[in-house]
Structure formats: structure tokens, C-alpha cells
Design a binder for this molecule. Structure first.
Ligand code: HPA
Ligand code: MG
Length: 218
């Protein structure tokens, strides 16, 4: 059951953005972001709640699938929170971990995704309960195609969590089961989200500046 929009945190209003003066930004990125959208501490607190919601809905073993590269930080922090819950609250959710590199492609024949798992790794998903962990849903196209691909391997169930969902007219309407924050239609970086591979080493989720787009253009 996808989350209802009122259940996730809406950080779209411009007035909610934090000034760069309010938090510490690495010196090498000072000019490259225009505002702080979600400070690292708020991200961590939200993940604690998402972990609770996921564990409450889970009975039995879970295969947690990290979508690389952008999802790695959220994945690591989410798994830590789930472990903490199951350690302290007597909840029983055995975890196994999977890492999937997903690349979208488009040519004149078709549109789709390639995934980095071998046939035998994919076959191991049969009959399992999967939790897909993604950093951001933008248009939703990649996730819809990935879910189609995974269905070929007959998992028992598939749920999706994305830390961010972008509010954009380009959205295909796809909404994950567990969402951290709804964000404005701007390019965001930090907390493993990149712009041409840079900014993954920034803790807060920030809006990139025009200076940053130019500095790290390819
Ligand atoms: N930032 C980083 N990666 C992305 C974004 C974004 O805003 N949208 C889709 N992939
Ligand atoms: Mg990504």
C-alpha cells in the first residue's frame, strides 16, 4: 500500500530551506549549493521512523536491495536502524542484503533498464520478500521498469522505499510504499545523491547552484 502524501514530510515550500550559514558545508562545495533542503540530522531522524514503519509491516526474512550508487547511504543508515529495532525491541526480521546497479537506456527500439545482477543471483530472488531501497524517485520511469524486470524472477513480495520523491510534472504517477520527503522540482545533491559523480561526500541534501552546475559539468 503506497504511503498517502500526508504521511510524508513535504519540504517543497521555498521558505523551509535553510541558509548555508546555518550549517557546516565542506569548503570545496561552499559556492556550489544554493540552500540546504534537508539537514543530515533530520534525514537520520526520519530514517528511524521509516525503519519502524517497515519493521511493523514485516513478518519473516527480508531481502534488502540497495540501488547503487545513489541509494548506498540511505541503505546503510536504514539497515542500521532496522538492526537497532530488532536488537532492542525483540522484533524478528532476519535481513539479507543485495546490491543492484541499475542503468536506464533508451534507443529507437525500446526503453528499459539493465541491472547488474547475474541470472543466478536473480533466480535466488524467487519466493523472497524484497525491499528495494532507492535515493530518489524523479520521473518514476526507472523504478517502474525495474519492478517489471524483478517480477520475471517471481519474488513473493516487493516493497519500495525512497528517501525522496520529487514533485514534478514529469512524474509518471509512481509512488513508493515508504517515502521520506517530498521535494521540489530542483536538482538536489548530497547524502550520496550526485551531480556527475560529485557531491556524494556532502552530508546534507542541498539544492545545487548555477556555480555548482558549471563547476562540475561534463
Ligand atoms: N539529484 C540527483 N540525482 C537525481 C536527481 C536529483 O535531483 N533526480 C534524479 N536523479
Ligand atoms: Mg539514483
Amino acid at each position: 500500500m503506497p504511503m498517502k502524501p500526508e504521511e510524508y514530510i513535504d519540504v517543497t515550500p521555498e521558505k523551509n530551506h535553510y541558509s548555508l550559514e546555518h550549517f557546516v558545508i565542506p569548503k570545496h562545495y561552499e559556492k556550489d549549493v544554493s540552500s540546504i533542503l534537508i539537514p543530515h540530522g533530520v534525514i537520520m531522524d526520519r530514517i528511524q521512523k521509516l525503519a519502524r514503519l517497515i519493521v511493523d509491516d514485516t513478518t519473516g526474512p527480508l531481502v534488502v536491495c540497495c540501488i547503487l550508487k545513489g541509494g548506498h547511504q540511505y541503505f546503510a543508515d536504514l539497515v542500521n536502524q532496522i538492526k537497532a529495532l530488532t536488537k532492542n525491541n525483540g522484533m524478528s526480521v532476519p535481513l539479507s542484503l543485495e546490491f543492484i546497479r541499475v542503468k536506464s537506456y533508451k534507443n529507437d527500439q525500446s526503453e528499459g533498464v539493465t541491472i547488474s545482477m547475474s541470472e543466478s543471483e536473480c533466480r535466488e530472488l524467487e519466493g523472497k520478500n524484497l525491499l528495494i531501497v532507492e535515493d530518489i524517485i524523479d520521473t518514476g520511469k526507472t523504478m517502474v521498469k525495474l519492478l517489471e524486470r524483478l517480477q520475471d524472477y517471481k519474488p513473493k513480495s516487493v516493497r519500495v522505499t525512497s528517501l525522496l520523491v520529487k514533485k514534478t510534472e514529469r512524474s509518471n504517477g509512481y509512488i513508493p510504499d515508504y517515502v521520506g520527503f517530498a521535494i521540489p522540482d530542483a536538482f538536489v545533491v548530497g547524502y550520496a545523491l550526485d551531480y556527475n559523480e560529485y557531491f556524494r561526500d556532502l552530508d546534507h541534501i542541498c539544492v545545487i547552484s548555477e556555480h555548482g552546475k558549471k563547476a562540475y559539468a561534463v
